[in-house]
Design a protein around this ligand. Sequence first.
Ligand code: PLP
Length: 231
Amino acid sequence: MLKDNLKEVENNIVLACKKANRERSSVKLIAVSKTKPVEMLQEIYDAGSRDFGENKVQEIVAKRDELPSDINWHMIGHLQRNKVKYIINDVALIHSVDSYRLAEEINIQAKKNNRIVPILIEVNIAEEQSKFGVRAEETLQLVEEIATLENVRIKGLMTIAPMVDDPEDNREWFRKVRQLSVDIDSKNIDNVDMNELSMGMTGDYMVAIEEGATMVRVGTAIFGERNYSKN
Ligand SMILES: *Cc1c(COP(=O)(O)O)cnc(C)c1O
């Protein structure tokens, strides 16, 4: 049962919070439901989840109409500028902003819809070729540029750590992202908070919480393995 999976993840989050001397309420669990059918999302919704993560615009658009309207949709995947308009009114938070041009388009669409859209800046902390995200040393400058846009609000940083067998191997990356967020926060840039740190997935969310994650994005541990070939 998916409910049992959710319960187990919840228990692990509680454990990691205890270990790090943090309140459970300081960490939000985002159920990453990409490729999964709405029936499965409904099951997790019924078990209490209200935050779901998707990496494709089309999937958010298709799923939102079939599910309760109080779901917070998190866009966690690479976002193309020409698709921003389709989700601008549906997203609670865009985790994956890594260029000024994308932020500019979000700003345009947000303004049109009379919204202020919260975003995170995606940092490619390990500088992996295969990943999107800005490099650590370019992050401050990008934050300063995006901060000038009136209808977007930077809330913090997001990172996808490398695929590793031992989650301890990602501790240093999480620590680096956290330090980067502290450094940027100390600049007191107008319109910018560094309150959110979106980091940690099925393989490493407990370590991420110990290193300060405020949002963990967990898919496989809740919904099971993804089968891309079926799609
Ligand atoms: C798929 C995905 C996740 C969840 O990955 P799991 O290993 O299944 O928990 C988290 N973050 C992003 C950006 C993803 O694309």
